[in-house]
Design a protein around this ligand. Structure first.
Ligand code: NAP
Length: 221
């Protein structure tokens, strides 16, 4: 059956790789991206829909979909406040998940972060955990939560602290084994390949992938 997938966050690092990989894969005949900015590239399978965080359902109203990937996210620094961060990483994620489910999506992949937990003392991890719990309650037949640590990849914007973490992470990654493995940095490309793999492998109502499962779950075709 021809599948249609919708991606939120496709102008971002992980989401961009996800959208390109989905366009290149034979399993999907249509790749819908929803966002506030144009992607800046095109593909015969690609459909772009302008949408703010609050208007995802209107953007998907006439487009039945089978699958969805959420790679939305910001940082406290970029957002400017805890509330603004939460508006993207929690409220925006929930709105997108509900819109995708209403449009018919049975499978959902959420790009979250290592350490996500609704009971975490860290605001970032708590918001990520709350988002995971909220998406799990939306009612997808299959939900895969990806929990990467630091993402490696080329960004157009400067993120000096992250760049330093990436340099250290690339050097020390091989030492992070056993209980430290989930905290190993990962190429954004690999997270994207895992997102595609998660949509293609039979899943469950909620499964969580950290570094080891992300690497094993990559779709390499
Ligand atoms: N960076 C890391 O090291 C890291 C580590 C672990 C987990 N993660 C998580 O992985 C996911 C993907 O990260 P990434 O680095 O690929 O993200 P990114 O490059 O910053 O892209 C984020 C996406 O979210 C959209 N977005 C952000 N704020 C928005 C707003 N106010 N309204 C509408 N859209 C908005 C962006 O759209 P615009 O292009 O329009 O801004 C973009 O498409 C995120 O959930 C992030 O928290 C990141």
């Amino acid at each position: 059956m021809a599948r249609t997938v919708v991606v939120a966050g496709a102008t971002g690092l992980v989401g961009g790789h996800v959208a390109r990989r989905l366009c290149a894969h034979a399993a999907w005949s249509r790749v819908v991206v929803v966002g506030r900015r144009p992607l800046g590239w095109s593909h015969p399978k690609l459909v772009e829909r302008a949408a703010e965080l609050t208007s995802f359902s209107a953007a998907l109203a006439d487009l039945p979909v089978t699958d969805a990937v959420c790679a939305l996210g910001t940082t406290h620094k970029k957002a400017g406040s805890k509330e603004a961060f939460r508006a993207v990483d929690l409220d925006g994620v929930i709105t997108f998940a509900r819109a995708a489910r209403a449009a018919g999506a049975e499978r959902f992949v959420l790009v979250s972060a290592v350490g996500a937990s609704a009971s975490s003392p860290s605001h970032y991890s708590k918001v990520k955990g709350l988002a995971e719990d909220a998406v799990a309650s939306v009612g997808f037949a299959e939900l895969t939560v990806l929990r990467p640590s630091v993402l490696f990849g080329e960004r157009s914007e400067a993120r000096p602290l992250e760049a330093a973490a990436i340099r250290v992470g690339r050097w020390t990654g091989g030492l992070m084994v056993g209980p430290l493995a989930p905290y190993r940095g990962i190429e954004a490309e690999d997270v994207a390949a895992a997102a595609v793999g998660a949509l293609l492998r039979p899943g469950s109502a909620r499964r969580v992938w950290t570094y080891t499962e992300l690497m094993a779950g990559r779709e390499v075709a």
